[in-house]
Write a protein that binds this ligand. Structure first.
Ligand code: FPP
Length: 233
């Protein structure tokens, strides 16, 4: 007998891929694809929240993305700054709790502080928690946790899976139940590589700017059909 998931996933994480191709298909510059992709975030957050998802993590910029052309990196940073400055209030009004995964120290100017202020403002909100992964890399995150453990001189016998998890950017958050990747590629690209140990994976060819309510519903319906065993039988 196949036992299906009865409740929605607690935590969904999304690799928002395909902005560049979305733009190219229309003869537009890649950055316009990112802009439209960025505009898709708030409505999609609303859809996930409405479907009962409590944590949503979005992969917006990886530690490897710094290697993209300078103009594209600058454009993505501008989009991030615009989101923080223009959408924090709207998220706050919608009771969304904002979090950030990744490094803040390499962001230009006061952007890191503005993100921290947005997190502080929404800290006590009780709706969906939206984690934006920006300058995030899974391997980086693990190395950073190991360094912290060494710096804090933690004895080896005190290190276990739970105490290690707490030292990751996601410390205290549940592992993602479902990881969605848009844009047709089938890999994790250094996203939540520790946390993904038992995540269900869902790949769709739909490009991120086109990913809306219907696609969310389909992904969650597919998740409901999965049988999760966590290594058991
Ligand atoms: C992948 O598309 C997408 C990204 C690298 C960036 C994701 C960014 C956004 C959704 C919008 C910006 C939002 C913020 C908060 C900065 P790609 O460029 O790899 O697309 P391609 O595979 O079609 O080239």
């Amino acid at each position: 007998m196949v036992s299906k998931q009865v409740s929605p996933p607690l935590h969904v994480a999304v690799i928002m891929d395909g902005n560049g191709r979305w733009a190219r298909k229309r003869g537009l510059p890649r950055l316009l694809g990112h802009k439209v992709g960025g505009e898709n975030i708030r409505p999609v957050v609303k859809v996930f929240a409405g479907m009962g998802v409590k944590y949503l993590t979005l992969y917006a910029f990886s530690t490897e993305n710094w290697a993209r052309p300078r103009i594209e990196v600058a454009g993505l940073l501008r989009l991030l700054a615009g989101k923080v400055d223009r959408e924090t209030r709207a998220f706050h009004k919608e009771n969304v709790r904002l979090m950030h995964l990744g490094r803040l120290d390499r962001l230009p100017g006061k952007l890191g502080q503005r993100i921290e202020a947005a997190i502080e403002l929404t800290r006590n909100n009780t709706g969906i928690t939206l984690c934006l992964a920006f300058d995030y890399g899974g391997r980086d995150e693990i190395v950073r946790a190991v360094r912290d453990i060494v710096n804090d001189e933690i004895p080896p016998e005190k290190i276990d899976r739970d105490s290690f998890s707490l030292r990751l950017y996601t410390g205290g958050l549940p592992d993602p139940d479902l990881i969605i990747r848009t844009g047709g590629e089938m890999r994790l690209s250094n996203f939540l590589i520790w946390q993904a140990a038992y995540s269900e994976l869902y790949f769709t060819p739909v490009l991120w700017p086109d990913f809306g309510q219907e696609e969310v519903e389909e992904a969650l319906a597919k998740y409901q059909q999965r049988q999760r065993r966590f290594g058991n039988v």
